[in-house]
Design a protein around this ligand. Sequence first.
Ligand code: SF4
Length: 284
Amino acid sequence: MKTEQLGFAGMPERLFVCTPSKLATFEDCPRRYRYSYVDRPTPAKGPPWAHNSLGASVHTALKNWYALSAERRAASALPTLLKATWVREGYRDVDQERATYRRALAWLEGYVASLDGADEPLGVERVVATKTAVLAFNGRADRIDGRRGPAGPEAVIVDYKTGRGGLDADDARGSRALALYAFAAERVFRRPCRRVELHHLPTGTVASHEHTEQSLARHVARAEDTARDIVAAEKAVAAGADPDAEFPVRPGSLCSWCDFKKSCPAGAAAPTKEPWAAVESNGA
Ligand code: SF4
């Protein structure tokens, strides 16, 4: 088959099935990848993070806002939507949670004021999937817009961000996930998909990048390299190699935010963050 590559023994290798987050986990820290996807039972994780609850709540509210009929897509719908699917885990106390809810609602109100409720995106929380010679990729894009470009209809990848950091064009350009979504969306929707956008709700700003065929191909090639590294490490372990050596730790600032900090020998050295630390420093 065209989508299979030949292994050393002439046998077809299976495609590596992955999402952007699976690839990113390995690139950030191979040990974290092993804890997340290889070791069973999964090592003990820390408690849920409030910033993840906040991000999930805002994403779901926007998804459900688009599920309303176009004439009902107004800011007045947001409190009910946000309340209905608000995730409560990780906050210090009810006061902090309430303050965060109010802040999230204000972000959403400001954001939908910038949207045309009559626009129907090509997809909302839409799974796009495609294959290369090495990868069977699938991922859920926050939103895929259909827009008119200079040469006709285009697809645009939109990713919502709720973290405190400001984002710029380099973040959009460098995002492997956005590039892979664009690569897949172009094939799924059969129209060019080169523009990727990070919509930062706390500041109401958009960081964007226009990919080229070449820049998307570079991202795909790097994703394939990562997939090969993962497969090689998994095969080595299956053949008896030391899992700690094949999936080395990569200590750094991410350790403080790592779910497996308590299970990882390298995590002990990193400062411990309270589950609500990120939302607290964001003003709650
Ligand atoms: S604590 Fe640090 S080194 Fe250990 S798995 Fe997590 S990110 Fe990797």
